[in-house]
Design a protein around this ligand. Structure first.
Ligand code: CMC
Length: 428
């Protein structure tokens, strides 16, 4: 809090509003009393200038391309830690001691199984259902199976449901894949890491021992870290808004998954790889660059641009490096990567993209790695959902633990008809 005040003159009357200071980042004008004092609302569709909550989890400086979780730069976390460690950090605020990490990993590992009846949910879907459709349905259904942890006023319930969500998501996502390819579901195996377990449940078969490739396991774990949380993005805000009414966390996370699915958000990784494949070879890039710049053409460069980053997305830099590591380890070459590198270079030197500060985002390279590992494009957003679950859950917990938390209820600028009398059918 500071003594600074913002002055707002509405129709000749000046009102003062406190200017709040975060630990870092832009100041915030506290307008909570605005409506009560002036009868006016603010208008900010898309929340381009609105801080919807107070949070101590993740900080982004979009101008500088900085992303910190609890103060730690994403590059350092991706390089040195594990997804379990980052999950602990997000949930608890500090990096764990070894014993704390071991206990946390043990707990998560022991929650990875799904209630056996949940298998039947899968049978209700068509085999060609999009994995995100299955994720929305199955995650929403968790509240019907685990209602012993849905009393959100009880911190112990909140903790158990958080652990359950983080732990069960890999099983749910892997089974969505297995169902689509008609292979039997594999149960989790407790001697594997969080990420190793997920890879085995996805690509293993009962007939033989699954061999984990260390480089793939590490790359996958890093991809999970890069997607773990990202401040008040659309799906996280959805989880918070759903949770603000007191809804249980399984339902809230299902709402977050639905929001993440859109191509402007988590669906962009699938769209980006499809776009790169459609472009095909570097000589066709200029045509697509022109289309992206054409106001009359709805085409956009997928995996490019960001609401917050007006600089290189720090996650994209790690992702590009990881592509090379996975390709080297698996000894693969993919012309799509060459196309992506060429597209990035051309776009970054193009006035349109420079002026609008459009840079590659996390989704630009992730699809190339996931494809090399063996995932079909339809699984990409499901993997994003899997990793983002810890962020959703941590943000939801932060909100519910806040004594000042109230239901989210935006207002509007009404432009519809004013009051008028009902007309009987013969008078319309
Ligand atoms: N290709 C071409 N032009 C673009 C692009 C793009 N990818 N992104 C933005 N622009 C232009 C846009 O046409 C607009 O131009 P003008 O000012 O002339 O109307 C200007 O840049 C600003 O765009 P905006 O849509 O007003 O910006 P926004 O902050 O509302 O949108 C975005 C951000 C991520 C939705 C957008 O950049 C986009 O659609 N990108 C492609 C989809 C994508 O990669 N999404 C993943 C985001 S990162 C992962 C995640 O958060 O889920």
């Amino acid at each position: 809090m500071s003594d600074n005040k913002a002055k707002l003159d509405i129709n000749g009357t000046v009102h003062d509003y406190p200017v709040l200071k975060g630990s870092v980042g832009p100041d915030v004008v506290d307008i909570r009393k605005l409506y009560g004092q002036t009868g006016a609302f603010t208008f900010d569709p898309g929340y381009k200038s609105t801080a919807s909550c107070e949070s101590g989890l993740t900080y982004i400086d979009g101008e500088e391309g900085v992303l910190l979780h609890r103060g730690y730069p994403i590059g350092q976390l991706a390089e040195n830690s594990s997804f379990m460690e980052v999950s602990y950090l997000l949930l608890n605020g500090e990096l764990p001691q070894q014993q704390e990490l071991d206990d946390f990993s043990y707990t998560i590992t022991r929650h990875t199984m799904l209630h056996d009846q949940l298998r039947q949910f899968y049978q209700g879907f068509r085999r060609d259902a999009h994995p995100m459709a299955i994720m929305c349905g199955v995650v929403g259904a968790l509240s019907a199976f685990y209602h012993d942890s849905t009393d959100i006023s009880d911190p112990e319930h909140r903790k158990i449901s958080s652990h359950r969500l983080i732990a069960k998501m890999p099983t749910i996502a892997a089974w969505a894949y297995k169902y689509s390819v008609g292979q039997p579901f594999l149960q989790p195996q407790n001697d594997l890491s969080y990420t190793g377990n997920f890879l085995r449940m996805t690509f293993g078969v009962p007939a033989e021992e699954y061999e984990l490739h260390p480089a793939v396991e590490q790359a996958m774990d890093r991809i999970f870290i890069l997607h773990a949380d990202h401040e008040q993005n659309a799906s996280t805000s959805t989880v918070r808004l759903a949770g603000s009414s007191g809804a249980n966390p399984f339902a809230c996370v299902a709402a977050g998954i639905a929001c993440l699915w859109g191509p402007a958000h988590g669906g962009a990784n699938e769209a980006a790889l499809n776009m790169l494949k459609e472009i095909g070879t570097p000589d066709r890039i200029p045509h697509y660059i022109e289309r992206a710049k054409d106001k009359n053409d709805p085409f956009r460069l997928m995996g490019f641009g960001h609401r917050v980053y007006k600089n290189y997305d720090p996650r994209a830099a790690v992702m590009q490096k990881t592509v090379r590591e996975v390709f080297d380890a698996l000894n693969v070459k993919d012309p799509v990567f060459e196309t992506a590198l060429a597209l990035e270079e051309i776009a970054l030197n193009d006035d349109y993209f420079r002026e609008k500060k459009l840079f590659p985002n996390v989704d630009f390279y992730s699809g190339i790695i996931l494809s090399a590992i063996g995932f079909p494009t339809t699984m990409f957003t499901a993997l994003f959902a899997l990793a983002r679950t810890v962020g959703w859950v941590a943000q939801w917990n932060e909100m519910i633990s806040d004594p000042g938390q109230v239901i989210g209820r935006p207002r509007q600028l009404y432009t519809g008809p004013t009051e008028r009398d009902y007309l009987s059918m013969d008078k319309r």
